[in-house]
Design a protein around this ligand. Structure first.
Ligand SMILES: [Zn+2]
Length: 86
């Protein structure tokens, strides 16, 4: 993929927005984005916790599906004898 010279600066700006690493010690409700207080570990409220739990199950299922798909692709490649678009 080639970028025209004019886009180079925009790309540089986008790279600098990676700030997840610096967030240490501040915990955030993954559902509504509110701050978590000392006792709250996962979400800020029962409602958010329930939503989060449901989302977690969904993510787990998606991850498993993705893993199965990967294995299938690998198996198909082996059956093909290494042919394919690579
Ligand atoms: Zn919340």
């Amino acid at each position: 993929m080639k970028l025209p010279p004019d886009d180079a600066q925009a790309t540089l700006g986008a790279v600098q927005t990676a700030r997840d690493v610096s967030v240490v010690g501040f915990r955030q409700c993954p559902v509504c984005g509110g701050a978590l207080t000392g006792r709250q570990k996962v979400a800020c409220s029962e409602k958010c916790r329930a939503i989060r739990w449901r989302q977690g199950r969904e993510v787990t299922r998606q991850a498993r599906d993705e893993q199965v798909a990967q294995h299938l692709r690998t198996a198909l490649r082996l059956l093909d004898g290494g042919q394919g678009d690579g």
